[in-house]
Design a protein around this ligand. Structure first.
Ligand code: AP5
Length: 216
């Protein structure tokens, strides 16, 4: 199964794709996580993309496509994957189609999580992330056991640089202009599944699973 999770920043793509990856044994490929890893390791690529990400803009396609190609070539992605945060534009979607075609496969579904902008701003102001293991919390809905500390590895939690309100609003603007047209792109081929992304995490997960089960 080859799935794409679409949706605005903070719509729950990471949260839902972690669960789907565990339940359906699919490789989870998040371009945002890959880029943040490069930034935290201080690589040349990380230095190149850091400022772009802090401004809430899109990283250039050639960088993203190189990262995606290398991940899709790894064995773990061969039996199926969930793409979280990629593609983010029609150009990226076309490039993905071409890469998958070379491998003799294709996208099975694009699941779009729908969440109101004001809900997103609230969610992201409460998100806290672990800079070491990547675990994600929310001060309102999924707090850590000890304030400010990761339950899994004991590291101090951080507010992502791009989760400040001004940057979240820019990310939303970029999403509406560059990424949302992808819904039409996937609707034309019958691959789009639109899901209400509001409500409790478990409720959203049940909706996503129902959409996947309808594929079979
Ligand atoms: P990326 O990391 O992909 O960010 P994003 O798409 O903006 O998504 P987020 O990680 O912010 O949110 P999410 O939807 O995963 O929500 P989450 O589950 O964490 O990209 C970051 C940057 O990298 C981009 O701005 C760009 O610069 C660059 N980039 C990445 N990919 C690129 C590409 N393909 N092309 C070009 N540039 C690229 O949930 C959010 C919070 O809400 C959490 O606290 C969570 O606990 C909570 N939550 C989740 N679900 C619920 C719920 N149902 N109810 C209440 N709270 C909830």
């Amino acid at each position: 199964m080859r799935l794409i999770l679409l949706g605005p920043p903070g719509s729950g793509k990471g949260t839902q794709s972690e669960r789907l990856s565990d339940e359906y044994r699919l490789a989870r490929i998040s371009t945002g996580d890959m880029l943040r890893e490069e930034v935290s390791l201080g690589t040349e690529l990380g230095k190149e993309v850091k400022g772009i990400m802090e401004l809430g803009k899109l990283v250039p396609d050639e960088i993203i496509l190189e990262l995606i190609r290398s991940r899709l070539d790894r064995d773990e992605a061969s039996s199926g994957h969930i793409l979280d945060g990629f593609p983010r534009s029609v150009a990226q979607a076309r490039a993905l189609d071409a890469v998958l075609e070379e491998k003799g496969t294709r996208v099975d579904a694009a699941i779009a999580l729908e969440v109101d902008d004001e809900v997103i701003v609230k969610r992201l102001s409460g998100r806290r992330s672990c800079p070491v293991c990547g675990a994600v919390y929310n001060l309102l809905t999924a707090p850590p056991n000890t304030v400010g500390i990761c339950d899994l590895c004991g590291e101090a939690l951080i507010l992502r640089d791009d989760d400040r309100e001004e940057t979240v609003r820019e990310r939303l603007r970029v999403y509406r202009s560059e990424t949302e047209p992808l819904k039409e792109y996937y609707a034309k081929t019958g691959l789009l599944q639109e899901i209400d992304g509001e409500g409790a995490v478990d409720e959203v997960y049940e909706r996503v699973k129902s959409a996947i089960e309808r594929l079979n």
